[in-house]
Design a protein around this ligand. Structure first.
Ligand code: ADP
Ligand code: MG
Length: 269
C-alpha cells in the first residue's frame, strides 16, 4: 500500500449532510479504511442510530453492546466502548446501537449537552500512548443535537454531495448551521472538504452539478470524484469497506485517491 503523509496532530473530521442517502456513511468508512491501509491510525465514531458505519466496518453493535450512546448520554469513556475493526490494523470504531435513537431527546436535559462528545474525545485522545491521526464522525441525516455534538468535537467538516438534481438544496441550511456553531460553540470549525459522490459521467446532469459545486466551493471540492459503483454498495453487506472487498475496483481506487488528496492537503485547507 502506498503511504500518505501523516498529520502532525489529530485531524477530527465530521462527515455531515442533513440529507439521507448522499454517501456520508460510505464516505466515512471508505476514507477511514483507505487511510488505515496507508499506515494511519484511524478512529471512526458512528453517531447515527442506524449504525450503518458499524455494520460496514464489521463491528458488533447489538442492543446490549457498549456504544457511543453510553458516552454521550451516559458516563462511559470512549476507551470503554471502542472496538478494533477486523479489517485493518489501526482502524477502530466506536459503534452506535439502537439506543442512540433516543439520545436526541435525552440530551436536551443534560448539562453541556452540545459538548458531550468533545469532552469524551479530548479525554480519549489525551490518554492514548500512540496518537490517532484521523477521527471521522459519521452523522445522522439531521441537524439535531447529535450532529451539533459532532460539529463541536471536530475542526473539519467534510460534506459529501450526491451528483443529482437536488444536490445543492438544503446546503445553505447546512452551511448556516456550521456558521452558527463556529460563532457560538466552536470557533475552529470549518468546511475543509467537499466530495462529489455517486457520479455518473454519462449524464449531463451529473456534470452540471459537479461544475456548479466546483464553482461555489473551488477550494473545498476534491479533484477526485466517487463514481456510482455496484461494488461500493455491495461491500457493507460483507462487513467490509470496498477497499478490501474489491481493492482494484474503480470505487475502491477513487476512495484511495480521495484519501490521498485529503492527506496531502493537510489540515491547512
Ligand atoms: P448516507 O449515510 O448519507 O445516508 P450512504 O453512505 O448510506 O448514505 O449511501 C446511501 C446508499 O447509497 C447506500 O445503499 C450505499 O451503499 C449507496 N452508495 C453510496 N455511495 C455509492 C456509490 N458511489 N455507488 C453506488 N452506491 C452507493
Ligand atoms: Mg449514513
Amino acid at each position: 500500500a502506498r503511504a500518505f503523509p501523516l498529520p502532525e496532530s489529530t485531524r477530527v473530521i465530521t462527515v455531515s449532510n442533513q440529507k439521507g442517502g448522499v454517501g456520508k456513511t460510505t464516505t466515512t468508512v471508505n476514507l477511514a479504511a483507505a487511510l488505515a491501509r496507508s499506515g494511519a491510525r484511524v478512529l471512526v465514531i458512528d453517531l447515527d442510530p442506524q449504525g450503518n458505519a458499524s455494520t460496514a466496518l464489521g463491528v458488533e453493535h447489538r442492543a446490549d453492546t457498549a456504544s457511543v450512546y453510553d458516552v454521550v448520554v451516559g458516563d462511559s469513556a470512549l476507551q470503554d466502548v471502542v472496538q478494533k475493526s477486523p479489517e485493518f490494523e489501526h482502524l477502530y470504531c466506536v459503534p452506535a446501537t439502537i439506543h442512540l435513537a433516543g439520545a436526541e431527546i435525552e440530551l436536551v436535559s443534560l448539562v453541556a449537552r452540545e459538548q458531550r462528545l468533545r469532552t469524551a474525545l479530548d479525554a480519549y485522545l489525551a490518554q492514548l500512548d500512540e496518537p490517532v491521526h484521523y477521527v471521522f464522525i459519521d452523522c445522522p441525516p439531521s441537524l439535531g443535537l447529535l450532529t451539533i455534538n459532532a460539529f463541536v468535537a471536530a475542526r473539519e467538516v467534510l460534506i459529501p454531495i450526491q451528483c443529482e438534481y437536488y444536490a445543492l438544496e438544503g446546503l445553505s441550511q447546512l452551511l448556516n448551521s456550521i456558521e452558527l456553531i463556529e460563532k457560538h460553540l466552536n470557533p475552529e470549525l470549518r468546511v475543509s472538504t467537499i466530495l462529489l459522490t455517486m457520479y455518473d459521467s454519462r449524464t449531463n446532469l451529473a456534470n452540471q452539478v459537479a461544475d456548479d459545486v466546483r464553482q461555489h466551493f473551488p477550494d473545498q471540492v476534491l479533484t477526485t470524484l466517487i463514481p456510482r459503483s455496484v461494488r461500493i454498495s455491495e461491500a457493507p453487506s460483507y462487513g467490509q469497506s470496498v477497499i478490501s472487498y474489491d481493492t482494484s475496483s474503480p470505487g475502491s481506487l477513487s476512495y484511495l485517491e480521495a484519501a490521498a488528496e485529503i492527506a496531502q492537503r493537510g489540515a491547512a485547507t
